[in-house]
Design a binder for this molecule. Structure first.
Ligand code: PXP
Length: 237
């Protein structure tokens, strides 16, 4: 099982001050040093964190591990994907005001648009993954639409507690099993943390986990002491 690290929220901190730091490309390089098998960036329509320049720089700097571009299935994004050539594309639903991706794709409503994006991108040799809710129906439709991969949404599992969490975990397990049975490559992600990742990581058949927010949050905790020590050292000198 490989780990793809989403560095979007490094850019979120940068955008809070419109400065040059922290730089998601430097963060991506450090994530790779730490063992990341892949880097994910989500280019949003409103460019609220990762922007076009970041994407271009990430592509030029991330060569040895898989670069996963998360994006909406719009013609603007498809054109960008074909120009940048990430190693894979994950199609996600996108709402302007949402704080993060809120759920999987509605493949019944947006099936035609999604299929058009899959065909165009995969025809150019870039595998496409669909971010979907943990439902057998969505796994089956993803296969019919011709996607090479799916990413099963783990957010409901992550947010649930007790028996509800066990029920959500079982939905994820069933979706993963169905996906691998019908020949899809199955990934999973959203809302995973140091605390809740183990149960998802123990599901057989998952190719990759995609984790962002919790890793960025913990990197602040793990780095704060060092950063303050360095500033004190410079002041005292
Ligand atoms: N997978 C998808 C499709 C996402 O949209 C996100 C959030 O950008 C993630 C995984 C990572 O989720 P989190 O930041 O909660 O780890």
């Amino acid at each position: 099982m490989i780990l793809g690290v989403n560095v979007d929220h490094v850019a979120t901190v940068r955008e809070a001050r419109k400065e040059n730091e922290p730089d998601p490309v430097i963060a991506a390089k450090m994530a790779i040093k730490g063992g990341a098998d892949g880097i994910t960036v989500h280019l949003r329509e409103d460019r609220r964190h990762i922007n076009d320049r970041d994407l271009d720089r990430v592509r030029r700097n991330v060569k040895k591990v898989e670069l996963n571009l998360e994006m909406a299935a719009t013609s603007e994004m498809v054109t960008i994907a074909l120009k940048i050539r990430p190693d894979m594309v994950t199609l996600v639903p996108e709402k302007r005001a949402e704080l993060t991706t809120e759920g999987g794709l509605d493949l019944v409503k947006s099936g035609r648009k999604v299929k058009k994006a899959i065909d165009t991108i995969q025809h150019r040799g870039i595998p496409v993954s669909l971010f979907i809710n943990p439902a057998i129906k969505d796994i089956n439709i993803s296969k019919k639409l011709g996607a090479a991969m799916v990413e099963v949404h783990t957010g409901l599992y992550a947010n649930a507690k007790g028996k509800k969490q066990t029920a959500e975990l079982n939905r994820v397990k069933k979706a993963v099993r169905r996906g691998t049975d019908i020949g899809l490559q199955v990934n999973a992600g959203h809302g995973l943390t140091f605390t809740n990742v183990k149960k998802i990581a123990s599901i057989k058949g998952i190719r990759a986990l995609y984790i962002g927010h919790s890793i960025v949050a913990n990197s602040i905790y793990l780095g704060m002491e060092k950063a303050v020590k360095e500033m004190k050292r410079l002041i005292e000198r």
